[in-house]
Design a protein around this ligand. Structure first.
Ligand code: WQD
Length: 336
């Protein structure tokens, strides 16, 4: 089976490509390197001792996408490519709507031209907005509070309409909770450019003394210790969830939606304390004001993914903390 992975050199994309290759899939990647590095390609090949077919370019370039489908018989597509910074999307909404929607529409049109009918889409728990209760199930109300999340919701709606109009078109939508961690080899991991927006990459840089102190965004939330609670899932587990989705897609009809989370929530201070204990390092922090748009708590009901995909996260918060730090240590020279 040959899988096209859009955004395959990114954080989740690269870990998914490693998992696909280890399971004897053939992998074709398109990536425009806007939020990834070309050296990830050789690292994927090094980890798996397998070759990847790579196209550098933009998914909005229809001729390039057509060339990929002409050059390769693509059986299924996993669509990761897209901008994903919540804060940036608020400041530059048109950049997000143009890129995330245009690239998806181009992909879908070319898939139809080449009769490729199987798609796994990278969505996000952000489409649930502020949940009225927890844990979150797939049939909960959907709402978004920022342009990034709105592009994810809009794409879900587009995919639902296309699968309704074309009975052959099958889609599995995966709604990720909070992916963290790294491949145990330490060769690939979460490596955002500039100052990290997300918690774990920030913690890692404070532990590695690249940044002086962690700002904890509020300790007055309605949680066990007042800091924000999230459902952190190891990126290696998340990658395995995509394989299960690919298998399910071949046997399914229409569109279906699955939460990919552990079902357990941890607070910011839980993560800081675990990180310090597991890695024997210090992570100095200070409590500051809440970050606008943040919610108190968010964690998944993972039952549907377990029952219908056979997916269950296996790695724990300690593994996530250890592997996140190991990645930075192994790549220290590129971080100091
Ligand atoms: C986690 C917790 C913060 C940074 C976002 C996107 C979501 C998905 C994952 C793409 C919160 C706190 C954070 C810091 C802190 N991305 N925090 N200090 O906001 O749950 O989800 O990333 O799909 O769509 O919304 O993740 O890691 O930014 O925050 O205290 O420097 O850590 O308040 O409670 P979030 P996060």
């Amino acid at each position: 089976m040959r899988i096209l992975v859009t955004g395959g050199l990114g954080y989740i994309g690269s870990h998914t490509c490693v998992c696909l290759l280890k399971n004897n899939y053939e992998v074709v990647i398109i990536d425009n390197l806007s939020n990834s590095n070309i050296d990830v390609l050789e690292k994927i090949e090094k980890i798996t001792d397998k070759k990847v077919t790579f196209y550098e370019g933009d998914l909005c370039n229809k001729e390039l996408v057509r060339k990929i489908f002409k050059d390769n018989k693509i059986d299924e597509v996993i669509h990761f490519a897209g901008y994903k910074a919540v804060g940036e999307s608020v400041l530059q909404p048109l950049k997000y709507y143009r890129n995330n929607l245009d690239s998806t529409l181009t992909l879908l049109e070319v898939m139809q031209e080449f009769s490729c009918h199987n798609l796994v889409f990278s969505s996000s728990a952000t489409v649930y907005g502020t949940p009225k209760k927890l844990p979150i199930k797939e049939d909960f109300p959907l709402s978004t509070t920022n342009p990034y999340g709105t592009t994810k919701l809009m794409i879900e709606r587009i995919l639902a309409d296309v699968s309704k109009a074309n009975k052959d078109f099958k889609v599995i939508v995966l709604r990720y909770f909070n992916p963290i961690g790294a491949d145990p080899s330490g060769l690939i991991g979460e490596d955002p450019k500039g100052i990290p927006n997300n918690l774990m990459p920030y913690i890692v840089r404070v532990a590695n003394k690249e940044l002086p102190i962690l700002s904890v965004f509020g300790d007055d939330y309605n949680t066990h210790d007042g800091t924000g609670v999230r459902d952190y899932i190891h990126v290696v587990d998340l990658a395995k969830g995509h394989l299960k989705a690919l298998e399910k897609c071949l046997k399914s009809k229409g569109i279906d939606y699955y939460n990919l989370g552990t079902g357990t929530g941890y607070s910011v201070l839980d993560l800081v304390n675990t990180f310090e204990k597991v890695n024997k390092v210090e992570v100095p922090y200070k409590i500051v004001n809440r970050r606008p748009g943040d919610i108190d708590a968010c964690y998944a009901d993972p039952t549907k993914a377990y029952k219908e995909l056979g997916f269950k996260a296996e790695l724990g918060i300690e593994d996530m903390c250890r592997d996140s730090y190991n990645f930075i240590i192994k790549n220290k020279e590129s971080h100091n």
